[in-house]
Ligand binder design. Structure first.
Ligand code: NZQ
Ligand code: ZN
Length: 388
């Protein structure tokens, strides 16, 4: 095992009805609240009304920052940070999916930042000051409710950058708020959860037993619960498991004690979203099996780990590791297809026009040369091509 640091300060209220704690939680920080939300799903589901009733009944002064985009834009960060300054905001309340929570993290940081906001995103890992952030998460995917990361897009420069901003101080995670998530976003979000696990699981460290067990359990939980949630969107147990899976998957915990891996599929996916504004989880589902086959062919020393994945996650049996390794990847790809995810870039109207630029940018801003199996620009281009 390699050394690691555990420091997750976020307080989580998990389960149905936990919004009853909202007023008490916000009162810790003050009365002036910036309410951040997305394109309107919370109005359709009635969550907006629930939240506003609580805020009004408890004397909070609310300023709204609505319309945060999926793949949140730097312009929304700027708008929110300005609202914080203009209204002397005490606390930010984000209600929505990972994009809303990510944007709120950057707003919380931006409110106390003097300088250019895109520069702030580029150097986020060095910033430690932020307004307090409370969130109510409505989509199981990113784990943004339980980590400090945010991913912000700049569509004018075709850049989508992740960085460490701030942890939510409190997250309210009520699985019933995810009942209304569409089948497409439920499947994409689950692919994201699985990717957060697989990005750490395929590492050179073999002896971090607890992390391995947590990782395999989360993958098996998603494989079990996603089809149920798709068939029965209001199945509490399935939705609750997916939600807690998502919070832990991106928390760092499943990677504790393991050598860094470079998170290659995320690095390659962020380029796709930056150029084509695609759904993050869909990009990951398309890339992951292709990346797996590519590295397995490039470096057969990874065969044993892929065979372990096939045995422990997919329940495959056999003594031929090379064959099991391939079958495990096939299983993953079939699973993504069965849950309705488009599995080629061609289906998303993406061709190879920008592959080189994307690969060069991924090479510049990510650590792919130090990945589990190191990837150079030409490797990345080949993986993109295999996704067509
Ligand atoms: O905008 P609204 O109207 O709210 O609709 C959203 C959006 O259209 C909708 N939605 C959310 N909750 C819903 C709902 N619809 C019905 N019922 C609900 N309960 O779903 C759509 C997608 O929402 P979004 O927030 O974009 O999805 P997700 O949670 O998957 O977040 C994706 C973003 O997070 C980043 C991604 O790159 C992407 O920008 N990531 C953040 C990470 C982090 N903070 O650690 C890590 C991830 O790897 C990821 O990169
Ligand atoms: Zn992700």
């Amino acid at each position: 095992m390699v050394n690691f640091r555990h420091a997750i300060p976020t307080e989580v209220f998990f389960g149905e009805g936990q919004v009853k704690n909202l007023a008490d939680v916000l009162n810790r920080y003050g009365k002036k609240v910036l309410l951040v939300y997305g394109g309107g799903s919370i109005k359709k589901t009635g969550l907006y009304d629930t939240v506003m009733e609580i805020l009004n009944a408890n004397g909070f002064v609310v300023t709204e920052c609505a319309g945060v985009e999926p793949n949140p834009r730097i312009e929304s960060v700027e708008r929110g940070a300005k609202l914080c300054r203009d209204h002397s905001i005490d606390v930010i309340l984000a209600v929505g999916g990972g994009s809303t929570v990510d944007c709120a993290k950057a707003i919380a940081t931006g409110a106390l930042y003097d300088g250019d906001y895109w520069e702030m995103v580029e150097t986020a890992n060095k910033i430690r000051k932020a307004l307090p952030l409370v969130d109510i998460i409505t989509l199981s995917a990113t784990g943004s409710e339980f980590d400090a990361n945010a991913v912000i897009s700049n569509m004018t420069t075709n850049e989508k950058l992740g960085g460490v901003f701030c942890y939510p101080t409190v997250s309210i995670c009520d699985p019933t708020y995810t009942f209304s998530v569409s089948a497409y976003q439920t499947a994409a979000g689950s692919a994201d959860i699985m990717s957060h696990i697989m990005e750490n699981y395929f590492s050179r460290t073999d002896d971090s037993d607890l992390s391995e067990g947590i990782a395999e359990s989360i993958l098996k939980s998603v494989i079990h619960n996603l089809p149920i949630a798709l068939k029965e969107p209001d199945n509490y147990s399935a939705r609750a498991n997916l939600l807690w899976d998502s919070s832990i998957a991106c928390s760092g915990i499943p990677g504790y004690g393991k050598q860094a891996t470079g998170w290659p599929c995320h690095a390659m996916e962020h380029e796709l979203s930056a150029y084509y504004d695609i759904t993050h989880g869909v990009g990951l589902a398309i890339l992951t099996p292709r990346w797996m086959r590519y590295i397995l062919a490039k470096d057969p020393s990874v065969t044993a780990r892929f065979a372990k994945f096939a045995r422990n996650v997919w329940g495959l049996e056999g003594s031929d590791d090379a064959q099991l390794a391939r079958l495990g990847i096939d299983k993953l790809e079939s699973f993504f297809k069965e849950v309705g995810i488009p599995m080629t870039l061609t289906e998303l109207n993406i061709n190879e026009e920008n592959f080189r630029k994307m690969a060069e940018h991924a090479d510049k801003v990510s650590s792919l040369r130090n990945a589990y199996v190191p990837l150079m620009v030409e490797d990345i281009i080949e993986i993109y091509k295999a996704c067509l």
